[in-house]
Ligand binder design. Structure first.
Ligand SMILES: [Zn+2]
Length: 92
């Protein structure tokens, strides 16, 4: 039997927004990785939900590092891809 392998590949060039889902109020906040952080906002990731005010999981502050790395890789972003697990599908 012949198997086709289907794999999702995402270029970092296609990757711009990261979303945070608030488990308390079910809202979603989209953050722009290419956006500039102006003024007093020293960090990319807010510490609390802007809708209900609950604190986000502290692990989400690691998105600040993702934003820094994204900006540092911007000159080479067309050379970088991410991929997931390959899915096996029977050929038709
Ligand atoms: Zn919320």
């Amino acid at each position: 039997m012949l198997l086709m392998r289907k794999q999702r590949v995402l270029s970092i060039a296609d990757f711009r927004y990261v979303s945070i889902h608030c488990v308390h109020c079910n809202s979603t906040l989209a953050l722009d990785l290419e956006g500039e952080i102006a003024g007093r906002r020293a960090y990319f990731t807010p510490t609390a939900c802007s809708v209900c005010g609950h604190d986000f999981d502290s692990a989400l502050t690691n998105l600040n590092m993702l934003n820094q790395v994204y900006k540092k890789l911007s000159a080479a972003k067309n050379a970088i891809t991410f991929s997931g697990e390959a899915e096996n599908e029977p050929a038709e």
